[in-house]
Design a protein around this ligand. Sequence first.
Ligand SMILES: Cc1cc2nc3c(=O)[nH]c(=O)nc-3n(C[C@H](O)[C@H](O)[C@H](O)COP(=O)(O)OP(=O)(O)OC[C@H]3O[C@@H](n4cnc5c(N)ncnc54)[C@H](O)[C@@H]3O)c2cc1C
Length: 462
Amino acid sequence: MLETDYLIVGCGASGMAFADVILTETDAEIIMVDRFHKPGGHWNLAYPFVRLHQPSSYYGVSSADLGNREIDQVGLNRGLQHLSSSDQILAYYDEIMQRKFLPSGRVKYFPLCNYLGNTQFVSNLTGKTYDVKVKRKLVNAIHMQTKVPSTHVPNFTVSPGVHFMPINNLPQIEVPPVGVVVIGGGKTGVDAILWLLENGIEPEKISWVISRDAWFIDRRNTQPSMEFLGDFLHYQASQYEALRDASSIPDLFDRLEEAGVVLRIDPTVKPTMFRGATVSRLELDELRRVKNVIRMGRVRHIDESSILFEEGSLDVEPGQIFVDCSANALSHSEITDVFSGRTITIQPIRGGQIVFSAALIAHIEAAYSDEAHKNELSRVVPLPDHDTDWIKMLAGSLRNQQIWRKDSLLIKWIRQNRLDGFGNLLANVGEGDTDLKMKRTRVHKSIGPALEKLQAFVSELS
Ligand SMILES: Cc1cc2nc3c(=O)[nH]c(=O)nc-3n(C[C@H](O)[C@H](O)[C@H](O)COP(=O)(O)OP(=O)(O)OC[C@H]3O[C@@H](n4cnc5c(N)ncnc54)[C@H](O)[C@@H]3O)c2cc1C
């Protein structure tokens, strides 16, 4: 029988961010278990050209930088902070495990092991079963079940002989295709289209099946550095002012778009989806070069020369490659209390920031004892899916931020944590910086009325 303080199931970004804080802030011992042979979770299965869609500077674990905050000089992200590739992310997590966690002598790592429940796991390689006596907590870092294209089973059928592939296989194409049909209007579909265009396929050869259009976040507004702080403050002020002035939810989205808070690919099509993905303006311009966008609902079946949709069917030239980008990375697992007896279930407690959430949950575990209070500090912010989830996500995040703000030590911890991104920058706006101070005043003036309106819209939605 093994013995440990914390048994962490899942060595993805969540499990790693949690373990890092526990290691830094307590003297606890940890056992980490994962099915994969390397830490990093879904990044192990990602398509070869995937990148983070947020700057690397606030992704990873609290104690170690990922990337060097450099501004990209080339590509469609140029002018903005670097986005790590999956190789960089995996190398980073491997370093953390090999050079920090394991040498501490307090972490035992069991890769290639499947968790069975009841603090028991089995090695997929040897078949050996391990029982663990957990002295403090079982940490469930697999609750959110990220889905990726390579393991995703599409919810439509494909006739034999059709050239159909997950996005992962795109770089393996050896014969120039007649055309490529990309299925999926989310971030994965965006990545597939951009990769095809960057690699020289003419936009006329691409067909893009979008069953639901998405609102995207302008990546420029997610850059945590002094250089972009003006953009960030303008973005914050604009979203609060849009909320304050909105007469209805549709009017709110018009105002958000007008202010550049949210972006869409086709200004004539109303998005019904929001999953928190970012795009750069350059990427948006590229995406708009693809004119053959098919909006006929969800795909039901694909054969060599036609696609059957919910809303009819469409003939296509035989010989096309069909690329599946329909996996929804964020699975909408049931929301549960983060702290429940001897179990901690990692879930987002700030919208769109899963690693920050995992790190903060670990800090709350280390620094507080009363379970009700811990849960009060860790109210789950549901993952977004529909357009109006933008409202719920912001309401949940601001609600938590207000609670955290009442606790000076907690807010100090948050500001000093690299995964927070902006808190420290905002706290250090210099007296002499008139432009930033004016934008900050706009934020302060609009946040109160914005919160009231946010609550009204949340009530309307529920
Ligand atoms: C393409 C893509 C890009 C993304 N970009 C960003 C971004 O820029 N910023 C951002 O904040 N988020 C991003 N995300 C969201 C992403 O989900 C999180 O960033 C994060 O990587 C999720 O980590 P996780 O640990 O929660 O889950 P996972 O990465 O899924 O890790 C879970 C781990 O648990 C293991 N596991 C599951 N079940 C068992 C079991 N029974 N026994 C043992 N092990 C098990 C799995 O092997 C896996 O390693 C992105 C997601 C995708 C798919």
